[in-house]
Structure formats: structure tokens, C-alpha cells
Ligand binder design. Structure first.
Ligand SMILES: [Mn+2]
Length: 331
């Protein structure tokens, strides 16, 4: 697959890299690593994210390559710029959110590089996916590493390490494979600091974020005899704490900490009025199967969905689906 991807990149001179809406450490890390690689090979590469680069990921972009999407301004003619448009860390074009109309309009070859599970490929001229990879950054590492005899350029090493840390939950999740530890060891051996990376990615909470976590945990719900735990956050909760949607990051990990919990969920109201769910499974329950029933997906143990339903309706429906998936009686 990666040989095919390398050949694909070699055929194009102007490559636009985008990732899913509300970019995470893996999407940004993989895109920065790929952009640095392309630039080193004399290609033009740009990265456009929407809505913008989160504060805690700024350190991955020391050269200031990443552009915040501005459809009315500098990106009015974005569709006309690239000859290849690569969606990184997602394989559903709609996950680009506000970038999707330009993606639809472009005359560029459209491709994705991704490690999420997917039923039927659609919407791309070429797909480069490998659901056995722990992170998109792992795919970029495998592509880029053989091109360098010695150490990787620091910008690539840091970006890929942060992508791997993000998607393995700092090597806690079931995708923390032997391979990903070997890759991490190679990157740390080249001078990447695990503690500094962890601090930059995660030790960035504001008082508003901690208040929001407190408020959400006050409303903690347990179902299925304590095997399913969830919290829910409304727009009013965000406003009351002075918090933003970015502050929801990692909140789903809190109910997951409970002893005996098999599935944890975070429900939230999106800014567009739709309701969102993030599901995490400890090991046994396939939450990707649950999210697919609501038009979403992801990985077997970490998945999400967004639906045009009131929050309370989504909660009731997901709760029933999770309990059914667990093989529980619906209580
Ligand atoms: Mn990823």
C-alpha cells in the first residue's frame, strides 16, 4: 500500500494536505510529517485545517506551515491550487466539514491516507488505508523512514511521535503494538523528549476545562449494572464554565476509569446543533458497530458519531444500542 502511495506522491507536484474537522494530534502530526517529506523532495505542499490548529498542537508546526481554513478569504480558490488533494487520518470526505465543498469542486486527484475501519470506499480517486496501523503517523513513518540514512529531520520526528502518542493514548490503548513501541524507541533515540511531548499535548488545561469536567462528572450516569458509564455536556454547560468544544478533549477518558466499566461515552451538543457521541470500549464490546448505526464509525474500541437529533434522544438511542451490543437486557 505504501509503495503505491509513494508512487502516487511522485506523480504530483502540488499536494494539498487536509485532515478531519477539529484536527487531532495524529491528523496534524501525520500531515506535518508528510509535508516536510514532500518539501524535502522538491514538491510543493500545503496543509489547511478547519477550523484552526488547536493551541496544544502548535509546537508541531515550528515553520508555521499550517493554514486555518478561510473560505471567504485566502482559500476562496483553494480547489484550484493542488494537483493532488490528500485527506489524512480520515477516509470519509464529509469528515472535512467546511472544507468539503472545495474538495468536491477540485480538479485535483483526490486521495486519502488513513487507518480507520471502513465498509465501502467512496469519494476518492485513490485510497491508501491500513486499519492495522495504530496511527496515521505510523503510516507516514513507514513511508518516510527508509528515505533517511541517519536521524529524521527533527520536525518530522516530533510530529510523528506526537501523532503516535495521541492515537495510542500515550501507549495505553490496545493499539499500542510492539511495532509502535519500536517506532517510538527510534524517535526517542533521535532526541524526541517523551515528557516534553506529553506536557505539550496534555498538561494544558485551563480552569474552565477543569470546571467543565467537574460539572460533567456531577452528572455521571451508570447503566447495565455499571458496565456502561457516560457523561453529557450541553452548550449551556460549556457557556456556564466559560469552556469551548476543544475543552471536551479527553473527557470521555474519565468515565472509562471506573472499575467494571466496559464502555464509556461522552455525549455533547455540537455548535451546529447536532448531537455527538464518543464511545470507548475497554476490550470486548465493538463500539464501531454501535456508531455505524448512527452514521459514524472509527475503530472497534474507539468510535464516534454525530446525528441530527436532540441530545436526550441520541443518549437514549445509543444507550439502548450499547446495551444490546453488550448482550445485556435493556433496563
Ligand atoms: Mn488517527
Amino acid at each position: 500500500m505504501l509503495d503505491r502511495f509513494a508512487t502516487f506522491l511522485d506523480r504530483h507536484a502540488r499536494v494539498l494536505l487536509t485532515t478531519h474537522e477539529n484536527p487531532d494530534g495524529d491528523g496534524v502530526g501525520a500531515a506535518v510529517g508528510l509535508a516536510a517529506h514532500l518539501k524535502a523532495r522538491g514538491r510543493e505542499a500545503r496543509i489547511v485545517v478547519t477550523p484552526s490548529l488547536p493551541e496544544n498542537l502548535r509546537f508541531l508546526d515550528p515553520e508555521g506551515w499550517i493554514e486555518a481554513h478561510d473560505s471567504e478569504g485566502v482559500h476562496r480558490d483553494l480547489a484550484g491550487w493542488p494537483d493532488a488533494w490528500v485527506l489524512v487520518d480520515a477516509s470519509e470526505p464529509h469528515r472535512m466539514g467546511p472544507l468539503f465543498p472545495a474538495f468536491e469542486a477540485t480538479g485535483a486527484t483526490r486521495a486519502c491516507l488513513d487507518h480507520h475501519l471502513k465498509d465501502a470506499p467512496a469519494g476518492f480517486d485513490e485510497e491508501f488505508t491500513d486499519a492495522t496501523a495504530s496511527a496515521s503517523a505510523e503510516l507516514v513513518y513507514e513511508l518516510v523512514r527508509p528515505c533517511f540514512q541517519g536521524p529524521l529531520p527533527p520536525v518530522i520526528a516530533q510530529a510523528l511521535y506526537a501523532g503516535i502518542v495521541s492515537d495510542t493514548g500515550n501507549f495505553r490503548h490496545s493499539n499500542a503494538t510492539p511495532r509502535i513501541h519500536h517506532i517510538a524507541a527510534d524517535l526517542v533515540g533521535q532526541g524526541i523528549h517523551p515528557a516534553r511531548t506529553y506536557n505539550a499535548l496534555y498538561q494544558t488545561a485551563t480552569p474552565a476545562k477543569l470546571k467543565l469536567f467537574g460539572r460533567a462528572l456531577e452528572g455521571l450516569q451508570l447503566r447495565g449494572g455499571g458496565r456502561f458509564a457516560y457523561v453529557a455536556v450541553t452548550l449551556a454547560d460549556l457557556a456556564a464554565c466559560g469552556a469551548t468544544h476543544e475543552d471536551l478533549d479527553e473527557l470521555v477518558e474519565e468515565p472509562r476509569k471506573l472499575k467494571g466499566v466496559e464502555v464509556a461515552a461522552l455525549f455533547s451538543e455540537a455548535a451546529d446543533g447536532r448531537a455527538k457521541v464518543s464511545l470507548r470500549s475497554r476490550e470486548r464490546v465493538d463500539v464501531n458497530a454501535v456508531c455505524r448505526q448512527f452514521g459514524g464509525g472509527g475503530h472497534r474500541l474507539a468510535s464516534g458519531a454525530k446525528a441530527a437529533l436532540p441530545l436526550a434522544t441520541l443518549i437514549a438511542q445509543v444507550e439502548a444500542a450499547v446495551l444490546a451490543q453488550m448482550g445485556c437486557d435493556i433496563v
